[in-house]
Design a protein around this ligand. Structure first.
Ligand code: ADP
Ligand code: MG
Length: 324
């Protein structure tokens, strides 16, 4: 469906490339997440994919056709690939319904009516149809932005951190609704998100960007279990440095792979520091005689302060990076 080849880009005002040699591919109806530190070029890449910026070199091919550059377009942006704009571009003095209908004015009357009803229903806005956008909650505003974008009948949706201003519960609901809409409308989706849980849960593929370079493109399980380097690994969850224990540089173990026991048979000795209640688990902190902290998860364990506790991990769970 989408094929990006060796894309380079720099803003006209700057000399340095913001994106360097980015390649990626996306199949029909697939969901891709783009992640990476702030400033790594995620938003810029979405703008390029939406046809709103012109690549310095390289190509973007969608359904077998090269994307037109912004200056070759009648209306800015690609007609089948649409970036969901959040609050701006909504008409503040019109109702929700009018905001959607307005996007369909070029269509026949019957279709306008029918599609408006469809989109209201699809995006869960039917009961809010007569409200102005300012009377909607954050999640509803996002769904309005989505409904307006869908009125253009795109095949690929692009969303740039759409959930960043929402509370966790609304966010989870909205994400599920978006995934349902994407499925019902048979769309592809490219999502920029900094929430690792979203990224792991709903995506087929993840692209990790750092300073304009693609560090890794992989499925969620691949990227979580076999991250390319420490930066990618730490994006998903914190690591324990176990290099000195194994006598090899760049060896790490994720918190969930640390096991605790009070028997010295198998494990490394350390002192219990504290346990923090986290709701569904405890965060257990130990410190060894080198002063290194080891953090893992456990049920409510009744260790005592400074008690010697042994911890272990499987060899298969050690993440080994070069040059660390
Ligand atoms: P991200 O979305 O990953 O945080 P961006 O794509 O917004 O990253 O930005 C990537 C880099 O491009 C940053 O260094 C940023 O300062 C720069 N940048 C973003 N927009 C512009 C612009 N309009 N003109 C010049 N530089 C820009
Ligand atoms: Mg951004």
């Amino acid at each position: 469906m989408l094929e990006v080849k060796e894309l380079f880009f720099h803003y006209p005002s700057a000399k340095d490339y913001v994106l360097r040699k980015i390649s990626l591919s996306l199949g029909k109806h697939q969901v891709l997440s783009i992640v990476g530190p702030s400033g790594s070029g995620k938003s810029t890449l979405l703008q390029l994919l939406a046809g709103l910026l012109r690549p310095t070199s390289g190509s973007i091919i969608f359904e077998g056709e090269q994307l037109a550059n912004p200056e070759e377009q009648l209306i800015a942006g690609h007609n089948l690939i649409k970036l969901v704009f959040q609050n701006f571009k909504v008409m503040p003095n019109r109702t929700v319904e009018e905001n959607i209908r307005y996007k369909l004015l070029h269509c026949e009357d019957d279709y306008q009516k029918e599609r408006t009803e469809q989109l209201l229903k699809l995006c869960g806005l039917t009961s809010h149809r007569s409200k102005p956008p300012s009377h909607l909650s954050g999640g509803q505003q996002q769904r309005l932005a989505l409904a307006r974008t869908l009125a253009d009948d795109p095949k690929l949706l692009l969303m740039d951190e759409p959930f960043s201003n929402l509370d966790p519960v609304t966010k989870e609901e909205l994400l599920e609704q978006v995934m349902e809409i994407v499925q019902k409308e048979s769309l592809g989706l490219i999502l920029v998100s900094h929430d690792t849980r979203d990224v792991l849960r709903v995506t087929d593929k993840i692209l990790f960007l750092s300073e304009g370079i693609s560090l890794q493109e992989a499925t969620p399980t691949e990227m979580y279990e076999h991250p390319k380097n420490e930066l990618v690994a730490r994006f998903f969850s914190p690591l324990n440095d176990v290099s000195h224990l194994l006598n090899q540089k760049g060896a790490f173990v994720r918190r969930e792979h640390i096991r605790f026991t009070t028997s010295a048979v198998k494990g490394y000795a350390a002192q219990f520091l504290d346990a923090t209640f986290m709701g569904d688990h405890y965060l257990i902190r130990l410190v060894n005689n080198r002063g290194d902290k080891i953090i893992g998860y456990g049920p409510s364990l009744d260790f005592e302060q400074n008690q010697t506790v042994y911890f272990s991990f499987e060899k298969a769970d050690v993440l080994q990076f070069q040059g660390a």
